[in-house]
Design a protein around this ligand. Structure first.
Ligand code: PEP
Length: 252
């Protein structure tokens, strides 16, 4: 039985005060006992404030990326150890904004995935196709390439301690959400590919959907058999919207 996980990707938004305020509002609105996990991923520079504000809440802390190297001359990068020291347990890798705005390749993303696991962080590995790739029928081939890069570097058991987020690029920040059927089909494909290497990991793997999840569409997406929660961008910046999405991850 897989637990539903709702992760908020706050991207490059907020301030120290706003981060603490948003966390306070989220904690206040979550039920004490809940059947789902909640993780927030603020900007690197607010992680220490966030860790303090989250203490004792049961809400997890994640980073938005992690360096593929452990230390040294890598200006602007953040090592896994540093994130762990700040209280992170998850790290997003391969977000489409990193891939497409900053040129991160499948190989680099896979190296970041490996580094996250090396430091005991659970990678939230983002995969997804662009609009033209979907329209040309290449969605599954793109997902396969992205997964293959990780298997190549980390081996068959790569997904024993990982999360995958299926985020079609055309749905991120656009207000255009994949239908529940489109999400289910992609998630089932991903789980099937992982199962070819490691059936146990595939059965236990949390696969999140991301791309314009809102309070109005969260429940139908999360009701799909292979959708185990969501990676939420824009809607995670408003406590009420994020909480409504979290509640949609609770018992139906
Ligand atoms: C994201 O950036 O991971 C994301 C899913 O964004 P949004 O929810 O705003 O589409």
């Amino acid at each position: 039985m897989r637990t539903t996980l709702i992760a908020g990707n706050w991207k490059m938004n907020g301030s120290r005060g706003r981060t603490r305020e948003l966390i306070r509002a989220i904690i206040a609105g979550l039920p004490q006992s809940r059947g789902y996990e909640v993780v927030v991923c603020p900007s690197f520079v607010f992680l220490a404030d966030a860790a303090g504000a989250l203490e004792g809440s049961g809400v997890g802390l994640g980073a938005q990326n992690v360096c593929d190297q452990d230390q040294g001359a890598y200006t602007g990068e953040i090592a896994g150890d540093m994130l762990v020291e700040l209280g992170c347990r998850w790290a997003i890798v391969g977000h489409s904004e990193r891939r497409h705005l900053y040129g991160e390749t499948n190989t680099l993303v896979a190296s970041r995935f490996v580094a996250a696991q090396r430091h005991g962080l659970t990678p939230i590995f983002c995969v997804g196709e662009k609009l033209e790739e979907r329209e040309s029928g290449a969605t599954e081939a793109i997902l396969d390439e992205q997964l293959h890069a990780v298997f190549e570097q980390q081996g068959a058991q790569a997904f024993r301690s990982a999360i995958i987020a299926y985020e079609p690029v055309w749905a991120i920040g656009t207000g255009r959400t994949a239908t529940a059927e489109q999400a289910q089909a992609a998630h089932a494909h991903i789980r099937g590919r992982v199962a070819e290497h490691d059936a146990r990991a595939a059965a236990e793997l949390q696969i999140l959907y991301g791309g314009s999840v809102k309070p109005e569409n969260a429940r139908s997406l999360f009701a799909q058999p292979d959708v185990d929660g969501g990676l939420i961008g824009g809607a995670s910046l408003q406590a009420q919207d994020f909480l409504a999405i979290c509640h949609a991850g609770g018992p139906q």
